[in-house]
Design a protein around this ligand. Sequence first.
Ligand SMILES: Cc1ncc(COP(=O)(O)O)c(C=O)c1O
Length: 558
Amino acid sequence: MIIQPPTSNHSESSLPELSALVKMATQLFRELPISPAAISSPTLTSASVPTTLPGTPTLQPLPQSLPHQGLAHSHESVTSAHKNDDALDRLADHALANRLDSHSFYLPGQQALEKLVKELVSTSVSHPLSAGDTSLSVHPQILGYAAKNISGAGFDIHAVRRDFSILAERINGKLLAWLDNVATTQKPQAVIDRLSYFYEHENSNIHRAAHTLAARSTDAYESARQKIAHFIGAGSSDEIVFVRGATEGINLIAQAFGQAFIRQGDEIIVSHLEHHANIVPWQQVAAVKAASLKVIPVDDHGQILLDEFKKLINSKTRIVAISQVSNALGTVVPVAEVIQIAHAAGVRVLVDGAQAVSHMPINVQAMDADFYVFSGHKVFGPTGIGAVYGKLDLLNQLPPWQGGGNMIVDVTFERTIYHNAPARFEAGTGNIADAVGLGAAIDYLQHLGMSSIASYEHSLLEYGTHQLHSVPGLRLIGTAADKAGVLSFVIDGLAPEDIGKALNEEGIAVRSGHHCAQPILRRFGLEATVRPSLAFYNTCDEIDRLVDVLRHLSRRRY
Ligand SMILES: Cc1ncc(COP(=O)(O)O)c(C=O)c1O
């Protein structure tokens, strides 16, 4: 087998780069499930591998770990082409011998690929750069990154991307780079198929019917509820109420809890980081009940000040409503600590998990949240569906917030007897199909594994942060020690909206604006930022494309 090394437009173009090798090998294995014959065909030419490898001109310290695609941009060179050919031959043989599974979520040939890279690490590879030069050795650390990170995701990023057909869209002639995941996430085929299947084979209103389709749709809907309960670590599916999304969930709790427990003069605590969805409903309750809103301040990195929080809590405090992850800055809030402090004072806590559920494993019982809300569309499920978790005894103490069918045990003109949770809060016909679709999204995520997702995204975030620092005049907004998937920034002298438009010209979708979080942006003296946000299907290549455009825009100013 002959594999042509890709050409590069770098000055060392005669030397095949490690990154190119890794890309080749990855590409090779990407081809495997589709056509194992490709491996044994006499030639696999550079036409099947990327030929240009954008890179930074100087080797900079790399973040601790990089998702494997980012390796395409390391600037060191591997110089033993023959050794590489041999190694790839062995790799191919190994892969064929192992009959790789095309439908695995794990990297096809992952073990073989790891083996190859480990072999390369242990092989001394050096080559004269040019006459008279001392030899340029591959830095073992670089190869170490390769060895570690090819398998670092715990899933095959290419296979995963193929599950999201929208990621193959072209925008302005360029491949879509979807970096607007905080606003909404894309849907895997499994979710789209599940929705179609529901309408093709199961569609009916749920409960109270003797016919088969009612049984099917009820089973599908209630099984989605169970999946959600399991996904966020609830004790029972009765603790899961279907709603339209996080906004509706917070409104439900604000109104129901407000009606039951908030009195004149009481206090409600939110943090400075909140999305408008976790501010306005509480303001409305406070206005009706003549209560007041207190705000936990943040430091200059965007981290909440726990000591200040402790000072805010007093005998008038009724509830704390706080995001687990800030949508504007990406700060991960230590919600378990917040809850512990609140509970010590007998105060209930609602956690807004809208930006957390897609990034990390969640366990509402471990964090001891009283209420937890999230939206389906931000967790790779459909729009118009979301969930509220509440501790069962607490939910059953709350009055229903809407009345109608489904939520009653018995109705006369004199009185109504309500169901317990969750039916108590689900008046009328819910969004049945999308609840089922959300269940499919959760199945998909659990197949990938939330811990794998979290660690892959963390690597992407580190890589993105590192790369953005190289853009002249760029200032990251939100530099908390613990962050998830958000890279909010401004560039001196450039309007966020114009940056967003310039990125869109290149097929890169980011949000620019106030992100429905005006208080926190104003805390940093801003009305708007540009906000790329990450999901597990994003790659270092996409980050490089983003940074290339930003460098270009910034160069025009400096
Ligand atoms: C932290 C946070 N909370 C709540 C919401 C509201 O979510 P939805 O519009 O899906 O109801 C968002 C949306 O971006 C958010 O980021």
